[in-house]
Design a protein around this ligand. Structure first.
Ligand code: AKG
Length: 488
């Protein structure tokens, strides 16, 4: 069967009434505004100039992302992120670090993007059903035309035969529920050739959120300087894609309300400082009084700090670091917190090995389990950094740098935790055996006592002491397995 016979129908903005009806009926929340209707009047010139300046100053870079968290690939578009100071944005397993658009250290070029953002917020608010729209960042895309990419080749849109795809079907991730997305876009020249870049929309194929996947997709032709909005929860119900124009390159600025719960410098700084303070107090205690919950919490934070922040930042190479001037001090602070946490972890580990009989079993279990997780993640990070895509498709200054750095010192743990894991596992087994021994002793005494009393009272011994012991073990195991959320 030929591919064309399997493609489904789509409706284009050039289809007139049919298109208008379909949008009105089934694409509520999608609004396309031509550039002449956008206020303020200087918006077009200011925004176009700002995004073009970023391009001239080489702020846009390709990303290496991991679709489905597995396969590494380079994006077709170059990107940069601008937003509130300290904000980051995670998509396809990659954390992007924003250039700040406000605050004392924001550079004028980024401040002008903050003004564009304010206008985008005002424009969004003009529409009913806009939901949350206090955009806290914009992901700016620099997109080559289909002509530019003829050597590599854009893929054809596979489902509806819509043409060359610049950004394939997706819904934006890491956004606050019910929040809008505002997009403005510009192409390289206005008059010579009409802009033939299009965006396309379709209901989420999963059919979740109550929109039937039978509704035909739409493709919308957009002109230079136009904006479009996906209002309220539209992004949660529909997918969008970008169809490449034939000859002009395009820059789009996509304003979003990103989640901030776990994605800001302020968050990880606060969390790392808390973990450090709590773990320090714990390490200074007598071994027997160490609280496994504090140990577990601090280990989870250490893993998060290492994998989600330090490794993510340095994955993007030396030029990424050079450009992200605002992040230099924060990253230095985070790496030094990581080192302090590692040192204290080393002390807890040493106690587990050297004073194993005094350390509570739950502490050994907590540290062992988190070491296993960290060991696995370190392997995965090494594999990710070594992926062939970097050599094949990224310049040297955009290839990963392996950080954090591990020191070959006595007071530090090595990068590979395999020996530590083995040692902790054997301590856990010893502790298991001694618990069983103690239990047997108790049972033995219990039985002897019961036998005596049985002899005296001619009655079967009660099983309550054994039941109590079983309950005690069950409670201990439950405590060990308690989700971390409960103790934070
Ligand atoms: O450029 C556009 O219009 C949208 C880009 C997009 O879908 C994205 O950046 O996720």
């Amino acid at each position: 069967m030929s591919q064309l016979s399997t493609v489904k129908k789509f409706v284009s903005s050039e289809d007139g009434e049919e298109f208008k009806e379909l949008v009105k009926k089934h694409y509520k929340g999608f609004v396309h505004v031509p550039s002449r209707e956008l206020a303020p009047p200087c918006f077009y010139t200011d925004a176009k100039r700002a995004f073009e300046t970023l391009r001239q100053k080489n702020y846009y870079h390709y990303d290496v992302v991991m679709a489905g968290g597995k396969h590494c690939s380079r994006t077709f578009v170059k990107r940069t992120l601008v937003g509130c100071p300290g904000i980051t944005y995670k998509y396809l397993s990659l954390r992007l670090f924003a250039h700040p658009w406000s605050g004392p250290d924001a550079i004028p070029m980024m401040k002008s993007i903050c003004n564009i953002n304010k206008s985008m917020i005002e424009m969004t608010k003009e529409h009913t059903g806009h939901g949350l729209c206090d955009y806290n960042l914009t992901l700016i895309n620099d997109m080559p035309s289909a002509a530019f990419h003829s050597s590599v080749g854009f893929k054809e849109e596979a489902f509806y035969g819509m043409g060359k795809v610049s950004v394939s079907w997706h819904a934006d991730s890491s956004l606050q529920n019910g929040s809008s997305i505002g997009v403005c876009h510009f192409v390289s020249s206005r008059k010579a050739t009409p802009c033939d870049w299009r965006i396309a929309l379709r209901p989420s194929p999963s059919g979740e959120n109550g929109v039937s996947s039978d509704i035909p997709p739409i493709s919308v032709r957009t002109a230079d300087g136009d904006a479009y909005f996906l209002l309220g929860s539209f992004n949660e119900k529909y997918q969008h894609c970008v169809l490449a124009g034939s000859s002009q390159h395009r820059i789009s600025s996509t304003h979003r309300v990103a989640t901030i719960e776990k994605d800001t410098y302020q968050y990880i700084l606060r969390r790392s400082k808390t973990a450090l303070k709590r773990l320090r107090t714990e390490v200074e205690k007598d071994e027997a009084r160490m609280d496994y919950r504090v140990v577990l919490f601090s280990q989870k934070v250490l893993t998060e700090l290492e994998m989600e922040w330090v490794a993510q930042y340095w994955l993007q190479g030396s030029t990424h670091n050079k450009l992200h001037v605002w992040w230099h001090k924060p990253m230095e602070t985070l790496e030094s917190l990581w080192e302090n946490l590692e040192e204290l972890t080393h002390r807890v580990y040493t106690r587990c090995i050297e004073a194993s009989s005094a350390v509570p079993r739950a502490v050994v279990v907590a540290i062992l389990e988190e070491f296993k997780i960290r060991q696995r993640l370190r392997q995965l990070w090494d594999e990710r950094r070594a992926d062939a895509v970097y050599k094949k498709r990224m310049k040297e200054d955009q290839r990963p740098i392996a950080r954090p750095q591990f020191h070959d010192r006595k007071d530090c743990l090595p990068k590979s935790l395999s020996t530590a894991i083995q040692m902790l596992a054997s301590v856990r087994v010893q502790k298991q055996i001694s618990t069983v021994d103690k239990t047997n002793e108790t049972n033995h005494h219990g039985v002897r006592k019961a036998q005596k009393s049985s002899a005296a009272k001619k009655k079967r011994p009660s099983s309550s002491s054994r039941k109590k012991e079983v309950h005690k073990r069950k409670r201990e195991t439950e405590e060990e397995n308690r989700p971390l959320g409960l103790i934070l």
